[in-house]
Every structure is written in structure tokens, then in C-alpha cells.
Design a protein around this ligand. Sequence first.
Ligand code: PMP
Length: 400
Amino acid sequence: RFEGVPMAPPDPILGVSEAFKADTNDLKLNLGVGAYRTEELQPYVLNVVKKAEKLMLERGENKEYLPIEGLAAFNKATAELLFGADNPVIKQGLVATLQALSGTGSLRLAAAFIQRYFPEAKVIISSPTWGNHKNIFNDARVPWSEYRYYDPKTVGLDFEGMIADIEAAPEGSFVLLHGCAHNPTGIDPTPEQWEKIADVIQEKKHMPFFDVAYQGFASGSLDEDAFSVRLFVKRGMEVFVAQSYSKNLGLYAERIGAINVVCSAPEVADRVKSQLKRLARPMYSNPPIHGAKIVANVVGDPTMFGEWKQEMEQMAGRIKNVRQKLYDSLSAKDKSGKDWSFILRQIGMFSYTGLNKTQSDNMTDKWHVYMTKDGRISLAGLSLAKCDYLADAIIDSFHN
Ligand code: PMP
């Protein structure tokens, strides 16, 4: 009876890692998946995470089920990190927060909520966006379309196009926004542009829906990276926010994140939370405890919290150094006069190189550089030592 099941295509992002593993060439470089690596290109467990885990072991904590909404101490900490502990929306109890299965699971829960309570609504997403967004809304049966975002001519933001498309979307659409460090482009709106985006969303009675997967990882500062979300909240708008601790605490496999809904009144937040719980229960019952305890312990202890911020700055700093070195190498080696400064203007883990599919194929087939076919490279997977090699590969792929 299973004979009729066709083979699914490999995932465009996770499939890159599988292909990388199969390559036996010593020069190979994995710039596909967005996971932080040390200068030695090894995975990194934060010292502060190890410290929190040691504490947890010493305390001999149990493995009882969490409630459907997750660990209370985590939910409190995560909302405070996002909005700021003294934000009026927190003090007034306007935020419904549910611990969920990292960024992806939080987005998926939000999508199920939209499908159930706003069946007429459409989600609009940036073109391009993180590939999994489309899968998430497709599987939740939420209709979506794209708004303009990337301008290939400037390798920058198509701000006019973005505003025009948000304006043209049916009133009451959900507008998916990357809180910081837009994936895949690394191009974020300026603070002034965020104000204008908020204006249009407010005018059109749209619902802002933030995906915050890189708080603290873009600039190195948790507060700075929450600027966009806080700006909307300050205007008194209702807001949806999905959060992830995969990158900023390196907890990729722990699947720890949250969905936050800022509502107009505490009773509304209570009702929204009750419905999110109702959606979560038949999907996965309740979330895992380990990552939630790590986050709660780190944030709840002033010393560990300080250490986390330092480690985050170091990670963000290493990526910035690699960005600079790659730019320097490209500028020194490329004799065509091409302006590579867009690399320095991009933010976060990724650089959107502008390489097309054929050129990206050349990167992999000839140079053993593994990357997604949209031209995105993860600078978190690059070391200073490999920048010259990568620059050679990029120049060869661009000009041949
Ligand atoms: N949103 C964006 C934009 C991302 O880049 C990612 C991670 N690649 C996620 C969400 C979610 O990741 P996770 O499920 O590991 O938290």
C-alpha cells in the first residue's frame, strides 16, 4: 500500500549539508546551513550553556511533563528579552506567550492559529525569504503571496516596492517581517524605514507578524536587535512574534523558542493563549524542558546573563571580521572593478552574493563550496583562513 508514495525532493537548505558530508575533497566548505562555527570551523557550545547544564544536573531536576504552554520561568524571561522587562505591554499583562518548538514550531503554531481564527486572511512574505516560510504556510493551509524586498540592481532593499506591495495587500493581511538580520539577504530596513513600514501596516489594518530568529546575533546587542518589534509595540499595535534560541544561544537541537501575541487587553491575551494551547495539545502535547531550563537559568542569573551577552558579542564579532576579510579579499583579487561593498552593508549570519543558480552550481561543482542555490552563503561557517579561497571561488563563478 505504500508503493504509490513518491520520493520527496531533498530540502534545499538541509540537503546542502547532506551533499557536503558526501564530498571527500579536503578543500570543501559548508556555507549552506546557518549554524555558527568557530574559527577552526567546529560547532560551538556556549560556555554559559555548559554552566547552566552543570547546575541543572547538580540540582537533580526531574523530567516531568511541562504544562502545554511550557515552562513559566522561560515564558517570562523570553517575553522580557523580546519586549524589554519594563515594557508596559508586559506590566499590563497584554502578552500571550507560549513556549514552542523553536522558531519553526512557533511559526507553525501561529500559522495554525491564523488558519483557524482568520480563515479569510492572507499572509504576505518578503521576496525572497527563508525557504521554510512557504512550507509552513502551505502545510497550515494559509494562503500567502510575496511582497518585493530585494533589489538585485543595488543588492539592497527595494523599499518603494516593499511599501507599495504592503499597501496593495487586502486589508487585514498578516505581514511577515524579519525582526533583524533578514534571511537570506542580510539586508534590513533602517529605523526610518521601519517607521514607514509601521505606518502602512497601521493604515491598512494589517497584522505585523515578526520572525525573530537572530536577536543579539545581528548587532551583538539584544536590545538593538529588538528595535523593530518594540517600535510596533510602542505604537499600541497588536503584534505576533515568533522567537528562536537556536542561534543566539546555540541551542539548535534543543528546539527552544516561543510564540508571543501582544493583545489589546489582558482578557484578550488570556483568550488567545487558551486557543494557542488548544492548538498545541493535539500537535505535540507539551514542549521539551531542557532548552527552556537553560534559557531560564541563563537569563535569571545576572552573572550568566552577562556572560551570555559577552559570548554573543564574540560570535557576532567573529562573523563581522570574516565579512570584512571576505570583502578585502574580493576587492584585492577582483580586477573587474565590481563593487563588493554590499557584503559589508549586509547584517547577520548570511551574505546574499548575487550569484545565480548556475554560478552557485559552479561554486559547489568546481570549488567544493556548498551553499544554497539562491546565492546565499553563511558567513558563520567561514573562517578568516578560508576567505582567500572563497574569494577565488566567487570571482571565478561570477566572471566565467
Ligand atoms: N526563521 C528564520 C528567518 C530562520 O533563519 C530560522 C533558522 N534558520 C528560523 C526561523 C527557525 O529556526 P529554528 O526552528 O531552528 O529556531
